[in-house]
Ligand binder design. Structure first.
Ligand SMILES: [Zn+2]
Length: 480
């Protein structure tokens, strides 16, 4: 949202701290004359960020939540001004209300923001705004204008972004001592960007079939959220302007648009319930869901039972969790998230036959659902049936050829079977899809050196190793 540029500042500030650049070496801020980053540079930065995202503990790896956000993002992007731009959406495990866009279409959303959104259209309004920043290349322009001399400096943001989260003191401290003067100038610069991103976001929202009134409504939520967060937010985060002009501007535009009431998707409700089930202790989450159900205080009853079941599973109260799953089976429409949860409860109950039946049946109805595919494969791994993992993954892999986790699953399965070449090959392909070329080369080299491949397998990994090595050389050149 409007904080995203602040996040960049946090990131820049801590990047500077990390590389111990002194104050008099700081780049001039607010210089507009520099050129925008090339799309290759933007893409290279995006890949560096995604590499950190893939291994960060702070990034939510829950495939159901990730896929929900990706699908919502894709629907918005399809209605945006630049359909050729690549986008990547990810969820940061952080219960403050925030979202940010990075160069190359990488958009992060805090769990706190998803939880704070009162409707799917509100969440979509934030994503639309962030997409607006990306399609207008605001951040790339901002970074380029700051004359960071090389790729290395700019790409340091990726790491710094995560550092600044783990240690906000470091970031805000560096900011107040060395960059405070520059920040004020920068704020004027970003106001224009905010307005432009609002305009683009609103158009996306309208053509995507969402409720445009959600944008001004969510601005109000954000204002309240900022006030609540006042105690621990860095100073400039508090004062970063969600200006009255900005709210008035959006409100005016919305009044001139036609609007309609839009129902939330059931996924939005389930995703929110799943996140709520992960907050605090499992018992406190259980208490809240139970109270809501008792008092009929919910927008979607099934989502409340779903959240309760997730919290009960988290507490390992399997008897009650199963009761909730049974309620859902009886009262809620068939849904992959519910089927997946029920199978997970069977796994936790140490009942692999039941789990297997549920996964097989659910995948028959929802053959492309990644939550189910992951769950089924993990189940086969746990009961040491590597051939079933391989069969399942190879059957579904064409649908998700960029997904590193399919290769991680394959690597584990081959490793159980003591297949050295195939296991290293799969790991190499996983690293390649996490944008980690050095480790991809390392693993493919181990695959080449493995002694258990046949002629055909050997020639494949040898050719792939050469290809990866030349990509690594190109990547190093691009960063000079
Ligand atoms: Zn913004």
């Amino acid at each position: 949202m409007h904080y995203k540029s602040s996040i960049i500042f946090l990131a820049l500030a801590s990047a500077l701290t990390l590389t111990t650049v002194s104050a008099n070496e700081l780049p001039e801020l607010g210089d507009n004359s520099a050129t925008v980053l090339s799309s290759q540079q933007e893409q290279a930065i995006a890949e560096q960020i995604l590499r950190d995202v893939a291994i960060s503990d702070e990034v939510l790896q829950d495939i159901e939540i990730k896929d929900y956000l990706q699908a919502l993002g894709a629907r918005l992007v399809a209605n945006g001004p630049d359909r050729l731009q690549k986008f990547n959406f990810f969820v940061v495990q952080d219960n403050t209300i925030n979202a940010f866009a990075m160069p190359g279409g990488v958009i992060g959303v805090h769990t706190g923001l998803i939880l704070a959104a009162n409707s799917e259209s509100e969440l979509a309004s934030v994503l639309g705004h962030e997409i607006g920043h990306v399609t207008q290349h605001h951040l790339a322009r901002m970074l380029a204008s700051q004359k960071y001399d090389t790729f290395k400096n700019i790409a340091g943001i990726a790491l710094a972004l995560l550092v600044s989260r783990a240690n906000p003191q470091l970031a805000s401290g560096a900011l107040t001592t060395s960059m405070a003067a520059g920040v004020q100038k920068q704020l004027d610069f970003t106001r224009e960007h905010e307005r432009e991103a609002d305009r683009v976001g609103l158009q996306i929202l309208e053509s995507g079939g969402f409720d445009v009134r959600a944008m001004p409504a969510f601005f109000n939520t954000l204002q309240r959220g900022t006030r609540f967060a006042e105690g621990n937010a860095p100073g400039f985060l508090r004062t970063h302007p969600l200006t009255t002009e900005r709210i008035a501007d959006v409100t005016n535009r919305v009044e001139q648009m036609s609007y309609k009431r839009v129902a939330d998707s059931v996924e939005f409700q389930y995703v929110k319930a799943k996140l709520r089930a992960s907050i605090g202790t499992s018992q406190s989450a259980i208490d809240i869901f139970e109270q809501n159900i008792r008092e009929r205080s919910y927008t979607n009853e099934a989502a409340e039972h779903y959240g309760l079941a997730v919290a009960l599973l988290r507490k390992n109260d399997l008897v009650k969790a199963e009761k909730e799953a049974a309620w859902l089976k009886k009262n809620a429409p068939l849904h992959p998230m519910i089927e997946n949860l029920a199978a997970h409860i069977d796994v936790a109950k140490n009942n692999p036959q039941q789990a297997e039946k549920k996964y097989a049946a659910a995948l028959n109805v929802f053959p492309d659902n990644r939550g189910l595919i992951y769950g089924y494969a993990e189940h086969f791994l746990a009961i040491k049936q590597p051939d079933n993992v391989i069969k399942l993954v190879q059957n579904k892999q064409d649908l998700y050829s960029d997904d590193p986790y399919f290769y991680d699953l394959l690597a584990k399965a081959y490793s159980i079977k003591n297949k050295e070449l195939l296991s290293h090959q799969a790991l190499g392909e996983a690293y390649y899809r996490k944008y980690d070329l050095p480790h991809a080369v390392e693993q493919m080299d181990l695959a080449v050196k493995a002694k258990d491949g046949d002629f055909y397998q050997n020639s494949i990994v040898e050719a792939r190793l050469k290809q990866l090595q030349s990509m690594l050389i190109d990547e190093k050149k691009a960063k000079l």
